[in-house]
Design a protein around this ligand. Sequence first.
Ligand SMILES: Nc1nc2c(ncn2[C@@H]2O[C@H](COP(=O)(O)OP(=O)(O)OP(=O)(O)O)[C@@H](O)[C@H]2O)c(=O)[nH]1
Ligand SMILES: [Mg+2]
Length: 329
Amino acid sequence: MPANLTPQYFETEKKLKTAKTHQEKIKILDELLSLVPKHKGTEKLQALLKTKIAKLKSAAQKKPTIAKYGPTYRIEKAGAGQIVLVGPPNAGKSMLVKSITNANPEIGEYPFTTRMPSPAMMTYQNTQIQLIDAPPITPEYMEAWYPELIKGADGILFLLDLGSPDQINVFQVLVSKLKEKKIEIVTKDHSVPPENKDFFKKALIVANKIDLSSAEENFLSLKKALEPEFNLISVSAFRGDNLEELKKKIFIFLDVLRVYSKVPGKKIDFNEPYILKKGSTLMDMAKVVHKDFARKLKYARIWSKNKYQGQKVNRDYILEDEDVIELHI
Ligand SMILES: Nc1nc2c(ncn2[C@@H]2O[C@H](COP(=O)(O)OP(=O)(O)OP(=O)(O)O)[C@@H](O)[C@H]2O)c(=O)[nH]1
Ligand SMILES: [Mg+2]
């Protein structure tokens, strides 16, 4: 696809030759970036300009203190967990976020529509989960702050595009770009080492645009290659296919459970679950409810879906999703 650059672009480009300082060059490159028509044919050029800008910015800031303690892009967590959407340009990350949260991100048929990470809340039953819409990663370009954003998250949702060819390779490129930054993707039979959770991330693969022709076929080959190692689901953010299932998968992917606290004589508030990691015990819950409960706990009663109806349980009881617990001090 031709880039169709404008005469104004070439005029501005000439100025680069005479620019002396980093700041001058950054200004001209920013201007060039805004003058590039936004479509698939200019994807590489946009990535190249952004790389040059990033390099100049980091060179301009090269005082050791700033480089070392420079800005971080960790986003404060909210809800039951934080998931970053990672994918190639135009896969539909923003459209998916728009379809399953209340956020209204910009969606465009040109690459690099999303420039900054942006959090949004997804509701799954009585639980809120934070999704972060992020800019794309291409073989040529990844924002310098991207690894920081991912290190702070509880997992990655890789969004692939069933309307574009060779998504197995696209996925492998995404994984290797992260690996260059020391972030390893954990396969489904492995767990994240708790002492090193910044550098090991779980992954859920979502193949978008299943509404397009040949998407089913593309999904089958993707599944064949990746399903042995990863959890995969196909969706259409545009038409709505499989979105409820995706929400459920995201909840399961987080490896958390919901527990309700029952106060004697009062109704249970099923809208306000306590969120705990899978494997948590009754004592872990007591600590979250109130430190006094943890200290003074005498006994607890439990109600659960299939098993318990008010029996006493001990402190090391391993909680299950949707247990109802009555703590007594
Ligand atoms: N057919 C179809 N098109 C979709 C679907 N989801 C997104 N699109 C289209 O794909 C294009 C890109 O969508 P975005 O949501 O902006 O993609 P993105 O991954 O956020 O792109 P960047 O921000 O550039 O990384 C738009 O033209 C959308 O209308 C889908 O499920 N089916
Ligand atoms: Mg986007």
